[in-house]
Design a protein around this ligand. Structure first.
Ligand code: FAD
Length: 295
């Protein structure tokens, strides 16, 4: 089922998970166990990220294929503009099609570590709106396949790191929607006011597609501080203070993360969010507790 069908058909909030491809064969086996545990929570879909420099391209497809065709759970492959020209993008689209995968999270990707500017690959793209446009063009160029992908794009309630301000970032978000995106999944945030304000501003510029809040429950102090710094998400002082008092205590951080996430989820769903996309970091126990507690 494609993204829009999932969100239109569901009479309850849509629950989705995002996982990343592990580097080793052993890691992939472990992930399969986690996926089995996650599958007991009946997610509406599980998306699989696409590694920096396109390094995990094949693993992204293989794991999505496993989710879709072994676990029989709807899936989405992430695809970025990094390291792939138009031919490689078409090859990727053809491959996922052969596995029956119909959902894509279309992204630009980040510049390599240490570099400030994104340099497009030869014959490739600089921005995600061009990638979305390419995917819609692929459908038109290959009418014999009769394919129509569900396309999700990224949205940034606290603006993308490189954008000069939120208004400019929203204009660029609109380019992706106009190019043919179906839904927006947000960057992680810890203050729901950022999401509600973002939704209001996005609607004001005429975008009416679903906006799915992305939440990352905290699992460790070090990890969450690194991730929020990297992606430009504000980490509230009250959480920071609590974590700094017990910097190496992951069990404490996880408990705090579960409580914080339950609070956010309840407020988001009570105030109209169409579902929650959980960045689960390839773990399941914390997500189980969060979902059980919100029933
Ligand atoms: P864009 O929408 O292209 O925006 C990038 C920057 O350029 C923004 O500042 C924007 O304002 C500006 N901009 C956009 N279009 C234009 C234009 N036409 N002209 C001028 N300026 C423009 N990264 C991965 O490597 N793999 C993943 O699997 C992955 N999954 C993600 C999933 C989600 C839900 C999110 C929120 C992020 C994910 N990322 C992933 C991170 C993402 O690749 C980075 O945040 C990246 O820096 C921007 O990607 P984007 O698609 O938002 O880019």
């Amino acid at each position: 089922m494609k993204f829009l069908e999932i969100y239109k058909k569901s009479d309850k909030p849509v629950i989705s998970f995002e996982i990343f491809p592990p580097k080793t064969a052993n890691g992939i086996e472990k992930l399969k166990t986690v996926l089995l545990e996650l599958s007991t929570l009946s997610p509406d879909f599980i998306s699989v990220t696409y590694g920096a420099m396109g390094t995990t391209r094949d693993k992204t497809i293989d794991i999505s294929n496993y989710i879709k065709n072994q676990l029989k759970i709807e899936t989405a492959c992430h695809l970025t503009c990094v390291g792939a020209g138009r031919k490689e993008i078409d090859l990727f689209l053809t491959k996922i099609m052969t596995h029956g995968i119909t959902n894509i999270v279309a992204l630009r990707g980040d510049p390599p570590a240490g570099e400030k500017n994104f340099i497009p690959p030869d014959d490739g793209y600089t921005y995600a709106n061009e990638l979305v446009h390419h995917i819609r063009g692929f459908e038109k160029r290959n009418t014999k396949f009769n394919i129509n992908f569900g396309i999700a794009i990224a949205g940034y309630p606290e603006k993308h790191l490189e954008a000069p301000n939120l208004e400019t970032d929203l204009e660029n978000l609109k380019r992706k929607v106009d190019a043919g995106a179906d839904i927006i999944i947000t960057q992680l945030f810890f203050d729901n006011n950022h999401y509600f304000e973002f939704v209001r501003k996005v609607r004001n510029i005429g975008i009416d597609i679903p906006i799915i809040p992305g939440l990352m429950p905290i699992l460790s102090a070090k990890q969450i501080l690194k991730i929020t710094t990297m992606c430009g998400t504000n980490f509230p002082d009250n959480l920071r203070n609590k974590l700094e008092n017990s910097a190496d205590n992951d069990a404490y951080a996880e408990e705090l993360g579960i409580k914080q996430c339950i609070k956010q989820v309840k407020d988001l769903l009570e105030n109209g969010a169409p579902g929650i996309h959980f960045y689960v970091l390839n773990k399941s126990a914390h997500i189980k507790r969060i979902l059980n507690s919100i029933n």
